[in-house]
Design a protein around this ligand. Structure first.
Ligand code: ADP
Length: 461
């Protein structure tokens, strides 16, 4: 972006500081090079003070003093002045050193013009070419009349008209450089501006997406809350009716009521998941750690699934567990993680086994492995399934039950404890869901920009 007198003062200051550093670096490189090559070629360096003068000007006069950059206008003027002072200082030093050839002079001009063309308004490029031409012609005229030492020579025996023609040619050359660099810089700046516009749009869109996502989860949370109350009474009354021994129901009524109850429970689970997710999203979910015996927790969660495993003829068993493994954790959340992993294993495995392993970590934490002989998960889906609402590779209607929230919530709960969760799987070779928990919860570092729950966030796997 080009700097104008309306650009924020801070931005101008940064540009000026960058230019200052660049100038100092150039001096540090060029002056030793000049002295070395002069000595090497056997040139007499009569006086070095013009070089020292340039160094002093650049170091102290042309420094971006913060006081000049408190307002856009003064900052802009200070930046333009520094470019002009730089050019004047270089030109003066060259003439004081003597033996100026057009190539060196033009190089100084070229550097200043490129900087103007890229960073400053259009007119300054041509003003710079005019300044360079005036300075060049002025020094030649003054030298010609003996007012200052003649530092530029065009060769012996040239008439005044011929010298004037050469000067005119050189001046035309300065303007040509200005036009050429200007059009090149314009193309570059335009590209830069287009890129910046695209970036701005991208940022806007991303903010809008974040806002809509937030609105959506917020809306879900409120709606879920509203739905829960009537749902609880549906569930409560259907249970009452089912358990009513005084007025027994017919077989058909019993069947219908069982279905109402089952669907109601499914809906309640779904709503609880959405509520959990929006609480995590709003950072309202807190841990309530206390001492938990992982062996006992696993035993009780496994009890819930034994009957279903028998019905499906699946072998559900512990393959390894210590006597007891106590850690500090939020028991309800650990139960929910285990429940999610086991119900997935149960849902997706049609034959074979579900093995559970509980291992004590060297530092005292716990590692839980839930392995099944189900369909497995292809590598490309393994990172996706930990994101909310992601359900990959569904083949049958039976499998399509679920919200796609279980793993996302489990991942959040594990990470809230400072642990890690991941999957190891291959298609047709079953899946292994593994998570670790430290002995005491370690809050994860704050993620500033990206919410882990926004679709597209990183996965743990
Ligand atoms: P869902 O409610 O769909 O089960 P989850 O977040 O629990 O949501 O799981 C996300 C997806 O991960 C599932 O839809 C499924 O594609 C895959 N998945 C999870 N667990 C297993 C498993 N044990 N075997 C095969 N695929 C699984």
């Amino acid at each position: 972006m080009r700097i104008t007198n309306r650009t924020p003062a801070d931005e101008i200051y940064q540009k000026a500081s960058r230019l200052y550093r660049l100038r100092i670096l150039t001096i540090l490189m060029l002056i030793p090079l000049y002295m070395l090559t002069s000595r090497w070629a056997g040139f007499d360096i009569e006086n070095l003070w013009p070089l020292y003068l340039v160094i002093l000007i650049e170091l102290f006069v042309n420094r971006p003093y913060k006081a000049f950059f408190s307002h856009s206008k003064t900052g802009f003027e200070a930046l333009v002045a520094s470019v002009i002072i730089d050019f004047l200082a270089e030109t003066t030093a060259l003439h004081l050193l003597g033996n100026v050839d057009l190539f060196i002079y033009t190089s100084c001009l070229f550097i200043s013009i490129v900087y103007c063309a890229l960073n400053l308004p259009t007119i300054l490029t041509f003003q710079m070419a005019t300044l360079a031409s005036a300075l060049y012609a002025g020094l030649i005229v003054l030298g010609h009349f003996g007012i200052i030492p003649q530092t530029v020579s065009f060769g012996p025996g040239l008439s005044m008209v011929q010298e004037a023609a050469i000067v005119a040619r050189h001046i035309a050359f300065f303007y040509l450089i200005a036009i050429f660099t200007r059009s090149l810089a314009s193309a570059l700046v335009k590209k830069d501006e287009r890129l910046e516009e695209a970036l701005w749009e991208l940022r806007e869109t991303s903010n809008q997406i974040k806002y809509s996502y937030h609105m959506q989860t917020d809306y879900f949370a409120r709606m879920s809350h509203e739905i829960r109350a009537p749902l609880n009474s549906i569930l409560g009354f259907s249970q009452l009716l089912l358990e009513n021994t005084f007025e027994p129901l017919t077989k058909k009524q019993n069947d219908f009521l069982s279905r109402i109850e089952k669907s109601g429970k499914h809906l309640r689970d779904l709503i609880n998941d959405v509520l959990d997710l929006s609480k995590i999203e709003a950072k309202k979910m807190k841990l309530a750690p206390r001492e938990v015996d992982m062996v006992k927790v696993l035993d009780t969660v496994l009890d819930v699934f034994y009957e279903e495993a028998i019905q499906k003829r699946l072998l559900l068993e512990f393959t390894e567990k210590p006597e007891s493994l106590k850690i500090m954790a939020d028991e309800l959340k650990i139960r929910q993680i285990l429940y999610n992993l086991l119900s997935n294993a149960m849902k997706f495995t049609q034959q074979g086994f579900i093995h559970i392993e509980l291992v004590k970590q060297p530092a005292g934490g716990a590692k839980v492995i839930v392995e099944d002989s189900g369909p497995g998960i292809p590598l490309e889906n393994q990172s996706v399934i930990f994101r909310p609402y992601e359900q990959t590779g569904r083949a049958t209607a039976k499998e399509s039950k679920g919200t796609g929230l279980g793993l996302a919530i489990s991942r959040q709960f594990v990470e809230m404890h400072g642990g890690r969760i991941w999957v190891e799987s291959e298609p047709d070779k079953g899946s292994k869901f593994i998570f670790t928990l430290p002995p005491v919860p370690v809050p994860p570092p704050l993620k500033l920009e990206k919410s882990p729950l926004t679709p597209g966030g990183n996965s743990t796997a």
